[in-house]
Design a protein. Sequence first.
Length: 120
Amino acid sequence: MPREKITSDRIGRPSGHFAQAIAVEARGRLVFISGMTSKGADGSVVSVGDIEAQTRQMCENVKAAVEAAGGTMADICRVDVYVRSMRDFDTIHKVRREYFPEPPPASTMVEVSGFTNPTT
């Protein structure tokens, strides 16, 4: 299902690997993926303290979920990201470029004070 990147010159250019907006035909099946962290298949948090490796694990988890539903990373239209520090913005988007093809999904990134597991 092709996605269409929507842009407006009345909105500032995205500062990372995400689109201002994405349009997609609303037909077929929609899949909603719950929040993913950097837990491996065994349930343990991988690469504690390494945001690049943790972002890669999170992307692999999302990829596994979307593929289990019959889709690909190119089918994802929106991503919400919660981070402990906005200092990690550039590193996170570096990894996202490896996983999300053009046009990238619409996205919001928010800095939060904690997660359900303190090591994620």
